[in-house]
Write a protein that binds this ligand. Structure first.
Ligand SMILES: [Zn+2]
Length: 366
């Protein structure tokens, strides 16, 4: 993996600060052993292994590879989840890097790294859906042990990972068919109650990306909270989403913002020394407009349209044709805003997103 200069600089600073923190070690409270699934990780130690996802009627079992760094000193449990969507690779590679860099002997609190939540989708190289049951893991929470394999993965994640956490960061990218810019963090501005919202917002800002999205919606029950982070906040656990990466790409420009952002959050939560490098002038996006296809067919995106650009309502985005090439519909932007997500490969299906447009918040410092 190519590591950008920015990350090297920051991680070097991170290591030096870890050394500096040793001087203050006597003041910190010793940590306890950390239990997760059927594993006990002693203070100051690292566990590398997997959590088992049992077979159901489909006779398909799976596993969730994790690394747990249980710090020497007592503090919060921060869980990082990658690979809810198995073809979003930048988050998965960022977890590989972070798992090697974090030293539990100099850590306050506990880091749980889920390397690849949806292993069937990663192995099967599918986008959106698991290859066995064609279900979207990020619509399958809280999951069920009696369900299909995607639902059983959601259940194990909820019961054994999310519920063991004080903070959750669920990390995504544009999927294999999606352009996504800029990288952003996101939190639920209305779900989970005042304190959960306050803490979620705090880590969303500390992550340090210039763009921050406010998710709308709240949930009356955990059964309604079908997204990973919505499940967490509905359980009362502060959580954010991060989106960095696109189209299966693994460049440092997508991976580095994730590693730097996690280090920023660890600093914000005083798990390691140092101050997060947050943005002074973050751009808040208060609402997202999803443009969906009315057709099954072949999508031809306009080559002039780029994610990250501000587009005006009425901007031509592309054309949907039938499978013989006859035009079905010219697609234009329904509203003005930042084009956050844009489908850039030919398959398009009725009801699926073509584009997601972020509307800028009137209040920059909500
Ligand atoms: Zn995703």
């Amino acid at each position: 993996m190519r590591i950008g200069i920015g990350v090297l600089r920051k991680v070097l600073g991170f290591s030096l600060l870890v050394l500096a923190s040793m001087a203050q070690a006597q003041e910190k409270e010793a940590n306890l052993a950390f239990e997760i699934s059927d594993v006990i990780v002693q203070a100051g130690e690292t566990y590398r292994g997997s959590i088992h996802v049992p077979a159901g009627d489909d006779e398909i079992e799976s596993k969730i590879p994790i690394t747990v760094h249980n710090g020497t000193y007592s503090g919060p449990t921060l869980t990082l989840i990658a690979g809810i969507h198995g073809s979003e690779y930048a988050p998965i590679l960022a977890m590989q890097y972070l798992a090697r860099q974090i030293d539990p002997t100099h850590l306050t609190g506990t880091i749980v790294i889920v390397h690849i939540a949806n292993l069937p989708a990663f192995v099967g190289r599918t986008i959106y859906f698991g290859p066995n049951d064609l279900k979207n893991l990020n619509r399958s929470f809280p999951g069920s042990l009696n369900g299909s394999v995607t639902e059983r993965i959601a259940f194990v994640l909820t019961q054994q990972i999310i519920k063991r956490s004080d903070f959750v960061i669920d990390i995504h990218a544009g999927d294999g068919n999606e352009s996504l810019r800029p990288s952003y963090s996101a939190y639920y501005a209305e779900a989970g109650g005042e304190e959960v919202i306050r803490l979620s917002r705090r880590i969303a800002i500390a992550f340090g990306l210039k763009t921050i999205v406010l998710f709308s919606g709240s949930y009356d029950s955990v059964e309604d909270a079908i997204y990973t982070s919505s499940q967490a906040v509905t359980l009362g656990i502060p959580a954010i989403d991060v989106e960095s990466g696109e189209r299966g790409l693994i460049d440092g420009q997508y991976v580095d913002p994730i590693t730097v952002g996690v280090i920023n959050v660890m600093r914000e939560l005083e798990m390691i020394d140092g101050s997060p490098e947050s943005n002074e002038n973050s751009l808040f996006i208060s609402d997202r407009v999803r443009l969906k296809s009315d057709h099954n067919g072949i999508w031809s995106p306009d080559s002039l349209v780029k994610t990250g650009d501000y587009i005006n309502a009425g901007t031509r985005l592309g054309v949907i044709s039938d499978y013989h090439g006859s035009e079905l519909e010219t697609i234009t932007a329904p509203e003005s805003g930042v084009l956050l997500v844009f489908i850039v490969t030919p398959p398009i299906n009725k009801g699926e997103d073509i584009a997601v447009i972020g509307k800028l918040s009137a209040e920059r410092d909500l």
